[in-house]
Design a protein around this ligand. Structure first.
Ligand code: DON
Length: 609
């Protein structure tokens, strides 16, 4: 119960607690595109193809035709404009999108420490203008001393130790990932792309109300561990308008800039992490850190109505689940008008079936066989599509039974996370990077490596901490995702790059929101590809969420007309309103440049030049 309560407290305090860092006064202003849904060309954005005005329910808070940002040379869409500025700075100096993405990643660790990180991990999808595509998995791994039942108490009950405190952390992958991406696809020295982040840490950045609120909302967690001296001096969050410096973090970043990943995984930083662990009963050792490796994987490359998608394979479930859903939907000639009961029905039933597979089949491929080819196969999707009843909900239990013949049974494994951050980057050559990174909960496990100046993740909670038993959200996680030493915990992060029918870059997109990452990212894609929305409408549009279990359809509050809600209930769905589904940062190619949009549900903001 305590664990349950704690998690909900975190949810309540985050309220998708996005915020923006203050821009330096010298920052270039991005160009607004005005209200492009009413015209094919406004303020610079000219839409290729068929874009149509969107219509949302009257009570929906985000209107159609919102302003987005237009740029001709390059763009970063992220939750923290100051981090975006780091990316622009690098591109202006001649860096490509990968150089810029790495700069953004390190800058987020400074200016957005609740989710940006060097103590966590993530995934990066890269599409180069010359056609090369790559995906990098720098997810955390379970420490070597991790054990299957490490989060159970003597009576076999789940404790909150997978969420809070030193046992909650996986071995961080962020620094290994960012440096590996730079080495393979970047053009600049590490020290150069890290320079903005180091400057932000050394010179500080001006605290805005969002940052102050984020720290003060999470003061209880931060206070428990070493972060209080930096984040809560005199017991209070830094006041808006003051300058926030992180000199210890700056020294760690300088070590990384000088030594590469070794500056984190060996020597002083590694020892600082191990000492922090040792002090508080954690289990990550210098041996764990020394053996961490990011993994270049084959992208999930799929097609949808002639468009091409590049997404993440396991250890993230994101790419496979999105692909399976879209494969199911592709078999319908059209999806019915956006916001209609049939539209929601088809989407929901696609998600429901894809999540059944997600829940039971997906895990770290180094530890379990993942039937990738079958799950992403269009024939397989058409068999699943055949089970969708016209205008009638199918209970998840029936869907599972009907899928048992084709898929091995497995337990369900879905849990909702608290805080993550996605950023999309494009450069003038057409190179693109989609990256999602996280500490899991806001400020991760709360454990702050005092001698290193950063928070550690609580990603161990993404494992099946108690296989076969309901988790705090009433869900059951599968054996495939049980804790094993050295294993990556299953993620929902879904950085995705979509190519137009002619093979040119169209969309760079991703989200945060635990399993809602999958549904929010894919709905923005569907809004652009199927519903012909301009990017800002695609982002503003109301979203729905179904994750198989619990067998409920969540709809963003006031996101559907009351009559549509009634129809869905009559069709047998357990429908309920919910808060925001995901926070997306996306960039779309338009004629003459790029249009960028941060989720209107957040205070993120794209920056462009
Ligand atoms: O990897 C995952 O799926 C989770 N750790 C992500 C958590 C998350 O997105 C929280 N954000 N709101």
């Amino acid at each position: 119960m305590k664990r349950h309560f704690f998690k909900f407290a975190l949810v309540a305090t985050t309220v998708f607690g996005c915020r923006s860092a203050q821009l330096p006064s010298s920052s270039p202003s991005a160009t607004d595109v005005g209200s492009p849904s009413r015209a094919p060309s406004v303020g610079g954005a000219v839409y290729a193809g068929d874009r149509r005005p969107a219509v949302f329910p009257a009570a929906w808070p985000y209107r159609a035709g919102r302003r987005s940002v237009f740029g001709t040379h390059g763009m970063v869409a992220s939750d923290a404009p100051l981090a975006g500025q780091a990316g622009l700075e690098i591109m202006r100096r001649g860096g490509n999108a990968v150089d810029a993405a790495v700069a953004v990643g390190f800058a987020l660790a400074v200016v957005y420490p609740e989710a940006g990180n060097i103590g966590g991990g993530g995934y990066m999808v890269i599409h180069m203008a010359d056609g090369r595509a790559a995906v990098l998995d720098y997810r955390e791994i379970a420490p070597l001393a991790a054990t299957r039942n490490m989060y159970l108490d003597a009576s076999g009950n789940l404790t909150n130790k997978s969420i809070v405190g030193p046992l909650a952390s996986g071995v961080p992958g962020a620094v290994a990932g960012l440096t590996a991406a730079l080495a393979k696809y970047g053009t600049m020295p590490l020290a150069e792309v890290m320079a903005p982040a180091i400057r932000y840490a050394e010179e500080g950045f001006v605290v805005d109300s969002g940052f102050a609120r984020s720290v003060s909302n999470n003061a209880a967690l931060i206070e428990e561990f070493g972060g209080k001296e930096v984040f809560l001096p005199d017991g209070k969050a830094p006041a808006p308008g003051t300058r926030f410096r992180q000199s210890t973090l700056a020294r760690t970043l300088r070590r990384i800039a000088a030594q590469g990943a070794a500056g984190f995984y060996h020597g002083e930083t590694a020892q600082a992490i191990a000492d922090e662990m040792h002090r508080d009963g954690g289990i990550i050792t210098t041996a764990d850190l020394g053996r961490y490796e990011p993994v270049w994987r084959e992208p999930v490359r799929s097609t949808y109505r002639g468009y091409t998608l590049f997404t993440m394979p396991p250890s993230s479930s994101g790419g496979v689940t999105i692909t399976e859903t879209l494969n199911i939907l592709e078999g319908f000639d059209s999806l019915s008008p956006f916001g209609s009961a049939r539209y929601v029905h088809l989407l929901t039933d696609g998600y429901q079936r894809a999540f059944v597979d997600r829940n039971s089949q997906l895990a770290d491929p180094a530890f379990s066989h993942v039937p990738m080819a079958e799950l992403t196969d269009k024939q397989y999707a058409s068999r699943l599509r055949a089970g969708i009843q016209p205008m009638r909900a199918t209970p998840t239990a029936d869907v599972e039974r009907s899928m048992e013949g084709t898929r091995a049974d497995g337990a369900k494994s879905l849990r909702e996370g608290m805080q993550t951050t996605h950023y999309s980057v494009v450069d003038s050559a057409g190179n693109a990077v989609a990256t999602t990174t996280t500490l899991n909960a806001l400020y991760g496990s709360g454990v702050y490596v005092s001698a290193g100046g950063f928070f550690l993740n609580d990603e161990m909670d993404d494992f099946a901490a108690q296989p076969g038993k309901p988790n705090m959200f009433g869900l059951v996680q599968g054996e495939a995702n049980a804790i094993q030493p050295g294993k990556r915990m299953l993620s929902a992060m879904s950085p995705t790059i979509v190519l137009d029918r002619d093979g040119s870059l169209l969309l760079v997109v991703g989200s945060r929101g635990g399993p809602r990452i999958i549904t929010s990212t894919s709905q923005v894609i569907l809004n652009v590809l199927d519903n012909h929305m301009i990017l800002s409408d695609a982002m503003s549009a109301p979203r729905v969420h179904h994750q198989a279990l619990p067998d409920t359809l969540r709809v963003e509050r006031n996101g559907l007309e009351p009559a549509v809600m009634d129809s869905l209930r009559a069709m047998g769905y357990a429908v309920s309103w919910t808060g925001g589904i995901g926070l997306v940062n996306a960039i779309m190619r338009v004629r003459g440049g790029y249009e960028g949009m941060s989720d209107p549900r957040s205070s993120g903001m794209p920056v462009a030049w």
